[in-house]
Design a protein around this ligand. Structure first.
Ligand SMILES: [Zn+2]
Length: 75
């Protein structure tokens, strides 16, 4: 399954992070297609898949989006 832009978080203004649904670690590796941008000399993510790997769990997991402001709590 390919995520749409809203699910990826592109274009949203709220700072957010992704964490493992199983253990809560943010050490995640996402499956994606990258394409070469010759003008800017960088790879850009063309498609991001919902499957991702948690380094802490050592296996496939589901990423959960969370807003950074909510996590920071009171100032
Ligand atoms: Zn995990």
């Amino acid at each position: 399954m390919i995520l749409n832009e809203t699910e990826i978080g592109a274009g949203t203004e709220t700072p957010h992070g992704w964490k493992c649904r199983t253990c809560g670690s943010e050490d995640l590796l996402f499956d994606a297609y990258a394409e070469w941008d010759r003008e800017n000399q960088v790879f850009t993510v063309q498609s991001l898949f919902d499957a991702c790997e948690c380094v802490a769990c050592g296996g496939e997991t589901k990423a959960v989006r969370f807003e950074l402001a909510a996590e920071a709590g009171a100032p």
